[in-house]
Design a protein around this ligand. Structure first.
Ligand code: MG
Length: 390
């Protein structure tokens, strides 16, 4: 069996979902997805010369060939690794279909029969405890036993309507640039998180995301203020580039610190894991290198007794692919679900419906991914009409 083509389709979900299909001369195809951003789809097409004519079953070798071919040794990140991840997912689907077995069987088999999922709730409609509580209770009513909220950029007096630049004020804010927390903002965050905790009770897992927003000292103040709410984790308190700054927060926080969605490949995770700069590691599987690379990161984390909570904003295709990797990890904790507000999320695939039941995804028994793309629904949500596996 040889790879005969690689094509993409860009779906306009709540994120841009770049689907990848690998074709073979045996008539079998494999489906993957990559996350995300400018240049990812173009990078997938740049990978075609490294793939066509090769045996799709040599997944790890092809992964190394793609890394070497597109980025060269030592410069692995961004759109290149995301694109490679999408192809890697598709190769596993193709191989599973060729061997008539689920992908998790090819990754060492499964530790569990279902994958626990948490609901990303974003924010309430208003920055009030009542609004945030209502948002949390919606997710709990849908069966989720774990939820996450975004606590950065919530003080309207500070960040205004268009929160990229607060023109004319003391502060110019840009994502990825850390800042301090005023007492007023801190009190607002405490009231909102407290509102959620009061609403869901003590035993729903509750995480909060800071989106790389704070100076280390302020992140430590924030963690101390949120300690009474017994959080599952505090996510990305500082920007992703300086692991030592993140470690300072982790070392001074009673709240577990979680990070990793902006890191790529096992090399990108080495320092964060070996210095124990996080309590929970959070790779995005269709971005960080794919299923086997995520399994390798999980195993490295497992040596340090660090659990793995997968970041995920993908369509059902990328989400199910991530489930196969998560099934194979001893230290898997929970997988993100970011599609609560996408009404057609479950319509995009053919397979067990709904995909998420009582806050879990049951692992499929069918070959490869175990689900297929509903092409009719996918065509209705193309980013542009020419992009369907072109
Ligand atoms: Mg996050």
């Amino acid at each position: 069996m040889r790879i005969s083509d690689v094509r993409t389709a860009a779906i306009g979900g709540n994120f841009e979902w770049i689907l990848v299909r690998v074709y073979s001369d045996a008539g079998l195809t494999g489906l993957g997805e990559c996350y995300w951003g400018a240049g990812v789809e173009a990078a997938v097409h740049r990978l075609r010369p490294f793939l066509i004519g090769e045996d799709p079953q040599n997944v790890d070798w092809l992964y190394q060939k793609m890394i070497q071919g597109l980025s060269g040794a030592g410069s692995m990140g961004g759109a290149v690794v995301a694109a490679i991840s999408g192809v890697e997912l598709a190769l596993w689907d193709l191989k599973g279909r060729a061997l008539d077995t689920p992908i998790y069987n090819l990754l060492g088999g499964r530790f569990r029969d279902r994958i626990r999922v948490y609901a990303d709730c974003g924010r309430g409609e208003e920055p009030t405890p009542e609004s945030w509580a209502a948002r949390a209770l919606q997710a709990v009513a849908r069966g989720f036993s774990a939820v996450k909220f975004d606590i950065d950029r919530i003080d309207p007096a500070r960040f205004g309507e268009a929160h990229h630049v607060s023109a004319g004020s003391r502060l110019i804010w840009m994502q990825g640039q850390p800042h301090g927390i005023s007492n007023k903002e801190l009190d607002l965050i405490v009231s909102l998180v407290g509102g959620v905790r009061d609403a869901v009770g003590p035993y729903v897992d509750l995480a909060v995301d800071c989106h790389w927003s704070y100076f280390p000292r302020d992140a430590i103040r924030l963690a101390q203020a949120l300690e009474p709410f017994r959080l599952a984790w505090l996510e990305d308190p500082t920007p992703p580039d300086n692991v030592e700054a993140l470690k300072r927060v982790t070392d001074h926080s009673a709240v577990p610190i979680c990070s990793g969605e902006s890191h790529y490949t096992r090399h990108g995770f080495r320092q964060i894991i070996t210095t124990q700069a996080v309590d929970i590691v959070q790779p995005d599987i269709p971005r960080t290198g794919g299923l086997l690379e995520a399994k390798k990161i999980a195993d490295l984390a497992d040596i340090y007794y660090i659990p793995f909570a997968a970041h995920n904003v993908s369509s059902p295709i990328g989400t199910m692919a991530a489930c196969h990797a998560c099934a194979s990890m001893r230290n898997f904790a929970v997988l993100e679900f970011h599609g609560q507000d996408v009404a057609w999320w479950d319509d995009l695939f053919i397979g067990q419906h709904p995909l998420i039941r009582d806050g879990n995804i049951a692992l499929p028994e069918g070959p490869g991914l175990g689900i297929d793309l509903n092409e009719d629904v996918a065509r209705q949500h193309l980013r542009d009409s020419a992009s369907f596996f072109a």
